[in-house]
Design a protein around this ligand. Sequence first.
Ligand code: BEZ
Length: 208
Amino acid sequence: MSLRIGDTAPDFSADTTTGPIRFHDWIGSEWAFFFSHPADFTPVCTTEMGRTAQLAEHFAARGVKPIGLSTDSVSEHVKWIEDVNDTQQTTLLFPIVADADLEIAKLYDMIHPSESATAAVRSVFIIDPDKKIRLTMTYPMSVGRNFDEILRVIDALQTSDTYKIATPADWVPGAQVIIPPSVTDAQATAAFPQGYTTLRPYLRTVTL
Ligand code: BEZ
């Protein structure tokens, strides 16, 4: 069965390029960006791995630990990282899970047989410190992910947790947010002393 938002991310033990891990222990009290790849030594995956490495300080600033997976061995991953570093001008330090037997890819429903029976599609799981899945995205093998969007949704989730708000279409940090309909006007007045705008009773916006 596929994993859904709000489910506990399945725990697992695995070998990775930074040593063996138990997933929940490795996440600890931070967030995780867990993302899968079809295979090592492939072009789109190489750019995605490089981009994640380049954004290391942006993930760290948000308390998020990246961790990749592809259905290859640690020794292949380690050789591939040299290529990633070389071609993408970066230093990849986050772990990549070895999953040659597809056990974890199957646990996370990353194998979509119409795409490939042996390689993972491009899945994304954003997992919070309580180990709950907060966001999933699935891309086909031919389409590289947009890492600005990955950072944006992490910002949206963390802002929503802090202020109990929702974010509108195309929201970026600093833009107005939405006061959910479950919040009464009296509660909104107390929570947002800076004031808010009522466009409709169900559509209230506020600048944080
Ligand atoms: C790639 O990463 O370039 C790729 C991998 C598998 C299928 C298609 C593209």
